[in-house]
Design a binder for this molecule. Structure first.
Ligand SMILES: O=C(O)c1cc(=O)[nH]c(=O)n1[C@@H]1O[C@H](COP(=O)(O)O)[C@@H](O)[C@H]1O
Length: 272
């Protein structure tokens, strides 16, 4: 998907919501456990109930890999379902990969070609030759971890290196990579106060912003400091939406939560 198409979808739907499909069999409603593929049945119901309110879905690979080959099959069915029925949705494989060049190329093929995702999350720690193989794919997006939402972000990411925080080096250095126009960045909603500084380095890039809802980040603050003229934000919520109810009404409850966020986003877009 091109960035331009994503921007058009955001304008059309008045939403920059990304729904995280962190599907956990300990949390899905009991009646679904009788299904042949309960993870896919859950994801399908969530997608059917929410697709008009969001522009992106982000399955987190850990939740699928935890169930071995069955989990991988559920992931495959989920991305196939999205690509076939909702091709306007931007899809993110939240895999947090990155390795030496020839290995990164294989990861890129797995997520972009075999599974058919639009984007993948990547850890920047191994540097240029670990990131560029992902960037080589046209109309595919590499979402680099910049400043993450968790407490551990302060262990390394905010440490001063040669007079500047490490995450700022990640932003600046990655701009010099080949095909850097295919980069997006992760910035946690819990770190909204850093967004002004981040925007001074990457004024236009899209940011994937997790951490609203269950982790306590503020949607309003993220919009205030992170929004660009082309919006430039995808705000993710996973647990806060998909586990809004444990009962048979789980998909409707998820849609209600998604709608709440979308209404805030509509307001933010109107006041842009
Ligand atoms: O890359 C991510 O998506 C990510 C980066 C980050 O800094 N923090 C973060 O929470 N995430 C992911 O975003 C999702 C957040 O889920 P909730 O806290 O349930 O909304 C999880 O899948 C996390 O793995």
């Amino acid at each position: 998907m091109t960035t331009q198409f994503l921007i058009e979808q955001i304008r059309k739907k008045e939403s920059f919501l990304c729904i995280g499909l962190d599907t956990d069999l300990d949390k899905v409603p009991n009646h679904l456990l009788k299904e042949e593929d309960p993870i896919f049945a859950f994801n399908k119901a969530i997608i059917d109930a929410t697709h008009h309110l969001c522009v992106a879905y982000k399955p987190n690979l850990a939740f699928y890999e935890a169930y071995g080959i069955k989990g991988w099959r559920s992931l495959e069915r989920t991305i196939e379902y999205l690509n076939m029925h909702f091709p306007e949705q931007f899809t993110i494989a939240d895999a947090k990969r990155g390795d030496i060049g020839n290995t990164s190329t294989r990861y890129a093929k797995a997520f972009f070609e075999d599974l058919g995702f639009d984007s993948v999350t990547i850890a920047p720690y191994m540097g240029k030759d670990s990131v560029e193989p992902f960037l080589a794919f046209k109309d595919k997006h590499t979402i680099l971890l910049a400043l993450t939402s968790n407490k551990g972000a302060f262990d390394f990411q905010t440490k001063m290196v040669e007079g500047q925080e490490l995450y700022k080096h990640v932003l600046e250095t990655s701009k010099t990579y080949e095909n850097s126009e295919n980069l997006m960045y992760v910035v946690g909603a819990t770190k909204a106060e850093y967004l002004k500084g981040i925007r001074s380095i990457i004024p236009n890039s899209f940011l994937l912003v997790p951490g609203v809802g269950a982790q306590g980040g503020s949607l309003e603050e993220v919009c205030k400091y992170g929004m660009t003229k082309d919006v430039g934000l995808l705000i993710n919520s996973s647990r806060g939406i998909i586990y809004a109810s444990e009962g048979v009404d789980f998909a409707e409850a998820a849609a209600d939560k998604a709608k709440e966020l979308q209404l805030h986003m509509r307001l933010a877009l109107q006041h842009q």
